[in-house]
Design a protein around this ligand. Sequence first.
Ligand code: SF4
Length: 463
Amino acid sequence: MSIRTSDLSLKERLDKELGDVFMRKSIGNAQDLLNKKRNDAFEELGNYEEWREMAAAVRHHVLENLDYYLNQFADKAGENGAHVIFTRTAKEATDAALEILTNKGVKKAVKSKSMVTEEVGLNEALEEAGIEVIETDLGEYILQTDDHDKPSHIVVPALHKNRDRIREVFAAKKGYTGDNVPENITRFVRGLIRKDFLEADVGITGCNFAVAESGTVTLVTNEGNGRFVTTAPKIQIVFMGMERIVPTFTELDMIFSMLVRSAVGAKLTSYLSFITGPKGGEDRDGPEELHIIIVDNGRSTVLESDFREVLRCIRCGTCMLECPAYRHISGHGYGTLYPGPLGLALVPILAGYEDYADVTKICSLCSACNDVCPVKIPLYESIYEHRRVIAEDKGLVHGLEPFIMGMYGKVIGSSTLYDFDTKMARFSKYLPDIGPLKEWTRERELPEITGKRFRDWFKKHET
Ligand code: SF4
């Protein structure tokens, strides 16, 4: 499975992103703004830690009983008139959609934002089959218009672009002549895609959470596009990651409270859509056919592994907003569809250590992500364990790294060597600023070592 979003090497990606001052400023501003809103929203809720405990317990319970809840959901959704399809791989998932669309002679599809469709490469598969796919979430539409740029955040896909850049994209590609005011740009885009909603034969959505007790699929959106995608076209296809399920509406209520506050710092999102079966006899709107494609695509492997708790994720994106590494390199620096701490904890086990061993090096192991994850995923511990597996179990470390780390281990493990090296450290200012040291100091200032050591001070003051 490939969930790479870049062909560049890790070093090339980091060089590119660290050199993009404009992007770093956009990400920094967005992080500061969203983090403040999130903190305010949780302060108002009160008992933040208790809510996190409850949310974590619900997600843990679901993962422990996933087969039960998936079967219950599939049975209920079937009773409601939906067609439920279980798929094991990305190809099976896209083939299932293609079969539905080609049987119906579909030529145009509208889509609301969905990470799992990105994960399985749905747009590429449909476009290859001659089906036009129009992203209708504003952020995704910006990326699609900007030569299929890749998302840099799982909730705010165009987080790396500011209003000036977005204005430029629409001026160059769509003939926009207005200013950079978001409301004016949005009005312009709305005018463009309204006719697509009415012309499309099929609407494609993701699924924030499915409710097992009722067979309901739910969508959380800040824009009205989700409603349009699920009501105007005659056929609706829902893509759902197989872990995105809750037992009842009671748990859904609580998880939504955490999701929306964490993702955008609001009490409630603008639109919550609940889809229980296709259009009924008395309904004025809604699809005549509803297909729900449940995607495994590596999740069973994660479920069976020591990293099962990573599947608790509710895709709020908070860990990315808190991460200092993400702040400097954005989602694009990771080069994977799921960036930030979530990506580092999930991608190696979801998509394979061989191809994704390098990404875990991005983490500084500061553990800030652990403190904000609303479902208390042990992100820091998972990333650390991946590094151990990569180095010790898989032997996927290359070049001088094993030698340098071996030497470091020897120094740290020996009181004599450590004593000698810390004495020598005062001469570090005479070391040439070249090679690996140059890489290190390009973005950081090394503190000047004074020559006074703690162990000397301690010895002097020991009673
Ligand atoms: S790992 Fe936690 S903080 Fe990060 S996106 Fe998932 S739920 Fe949100």
